[in-house]
Design a protein around this ligand. Structure first.
Ligand SMILES: [Zn+2]
Length: 307
């Protein structure tokens, strides 16, 4: 409890400063989208890959290329300034990790974890790691400004395209995990195929960070089949990471709707599914973090949620 109070005090930036920072983040993101575009294929963790047809959308093309993030406008997001940008996480006293944490068994937790304890005033915001790296950077920086920890489940091919993002996520004090190599429907695979999807991403994480990542989340499903749970364990993950709140941000419903959906469903201990690669998610994050703070819900990494 003492720790929570201290954290809350340190998060209390003057409102005008927070607003100014948000404005800057929004401008940077708008620039990134103007420069590169994102396409708008609905490809969320539980989505089916269909293309959005354009309802409630203004200004952005609703059809587009596959969500590979490869816009040709540079692979490192904003890039400049990193290395000196270490806000928000010093309260943990945690040094920048050199060897990333490995998966852990959490005694008392089921194989498939969908939420944490319901009485500690904590929630975990978890992000499907794929898509335009500018959105990943914008989300990470906004979380760090607010002193929030996040959990990123990275798609293996995304790490191939943007390898520097893995270390940047870890250096911000966040959790990094495995979200399969290709983000295809793992529930439909046989054991060998599923194992290859999981280990394909694990190999990339190990090469980039020294660890296969703290978590595994199956692709295109909220729940892992018994086969997927078994294969994940064989690949080194004692648990699979589910969630109890789906933000539906990958349907691009508008930032206000993303915030409304999450705040309407989130409760103490919730694990929330969100996605990199979508402008609405970035735009929703400041209001979402504010709403959580008002409800005394602290956004932490999944490891912190369960520890
Ligand atoms: Zn996903």
């Amino acid at each position: 409890m003492i720790d929570d109070d201290r954290h809350r005090i340190e998060r209390a930036d003057p409102p005008d400063r927070r607003r100014a920072l948000r404005g800057a983040a929004g401008a940077a993101l708008a620039g990134a989208f103007a420069a590169g575009g994102t396409g708008a294929v609905v490809a969320g963790c539980t989505g089916d890959g269909r293309t959005v047809t354009g309802h409630e959308r203004t200004g952005r093309a609703a059809t587009g290329h596959a969500d590979t993030g490869g816009t040709g406008s540079g692979s490192g997001g904003t890039g400049s300034g990193r290395g000196t940008d270490t806000p928000g996480r010093t309260d943990t006293g945690r040094p920048a990790a050199r060897s990333a944490p490995s998966p852990r068994r959490f005694p008392g937790q089921p194989v498939e974890i969908a939420h944490g304890p319901r009485d500690r005033g904590r929630v975990a915001l978890t992000f499907h790691g794929q898509g335009d790296p500018a959105t990943a950077t914008a989300v990470r920086k906004e979380a760090e400004r607010a002193g929030a920890g996040i959990t990123v489940l990275a798609v293996g091919t995304w790490l191939d395209e943007h390898p520097s993002l893995a270390r940047r996520i870890l250096d911000g004090g966040h959790d990094l995990g495995n979200h399969t190599l290709h983000h295809t429907d793992i529930s439909a695979m046989d054991e060998d195929e599923a194992f290859a999807e999981i280990t394909g991403c694990a190999t990339r994480l190990r090469r980039l960070t020294g660890s296969i990542g703290s978590w595994f989340r199956p692709s295109r499903t909220q729940h892992a089949t018994p086969l997927v749970q078994r294969v994940a364990r064989r690949a080194g993950y004692p648990h699979v990471l589910s969630y109890d709140v789906d933000s539906l941000d990958f349907t691009s419903p508008g930032a206000a709707a993303v915030t409304r959906t999450v705040t309407g469903r989130v409760r103490d201990g919730s694990i929330v599914s969100l996605h990199f690669g979508y402008a609405d998610t970035v735009a929703a994050l400041p209001a979402l973090l504010d709403a959580l703070e008002r409800r005394d819900l602290r956004a932490v990494t999944t490891t912190e949620l369960l520890t």
